[in-house]
Ligand binder design. Sequence first.
Ligand SMILES: Cc1ncc(COP(=O)(O)O)c(C=O)c1O
Length: 289
Amino acid sequence: MNSKDIVYVNGSFVPRAEARISVEDRGFVFGDGVYEVLRVVNGRPFAARFHNDRLKRSLEGVRISLAAGDSPESLTEIARQLLRENGLLEGEATMYMQITRGVATRAHNFPTPDVSPTIYISVARFAPYSDLARNGAPVITHPDLRWGRCDLKTLNLLPNVLASQTAKERGAFEAMLIRDGVVTEGTKTNFFGVVDGSLRTHPSDTHILPGITRSVLRDLARQVNIDLDETPILSDEIPRLSELFLTGTTTDVMPVVRLDDKPVGKGKPGELTKRLQKVLADSLASGGD
Ligand SMILES: Cc1ncc(COP(=O)(O)O)c(C=O)c1O
């Protein structure tokens, strides 16, 4: 990331170093906002329709209204303009969009009268994790200490940040979160595992973020006749996992080969994982939807 990169803040295209928001922004004070991250391949945002739908749902879920004329689609269009401005129309990149409730004197209730939401959009060069994708990643288990609406992509990421930092300090790539004896998801990824031969993942409910990669992969799996059982993996079943992988916009399908310092299955990427990794890679390369 470069301070000269052009970013978008509230209607203006400015160098990153000159971008400003108020200290009274509710995103800063309360984490009162939502965000999206999209993958871009050769100037084309992958699965943009799914991301737009999820952003709309997140905004509705926290009751933030965009100004008339703004929409998830128009924000994606601004992000496309940023790709052009920053010379990122070729190769791999990401788009980041954040919307907060806006600027108001600190009070928990929504501001009255209404204030305009703050909109921040940026793009960045991206390099996929090719070594970990090939060889697999180490992961730790960690208690899921988050709130009751994990299905909304909000800025309130402190439990995710703390669990992710613990993973890093223990030499792991990600923390697999466990709530009440159930594997929910990762701090920034969804988890899939093979137990007694069947591929399982947590169903899409309020305990997990409905990952776009998760949805895309579910559709691709169906197309290649791989059954997916949306029954969560229980922590008691962890010793019986023969394969484990995580998914995300910036991680794709990443095999997990060690969990809490013990090998998963044979300790190398599993066959089903590698097949799914390939179908997702092909879909990304062909521009997706
Ligand atoms: C908590 C959580 N789960 C799952 C994901 C994966 O979602 P996606 O595939 O849309 O990147 C993310 C992405 O940031 C996340 O924050």
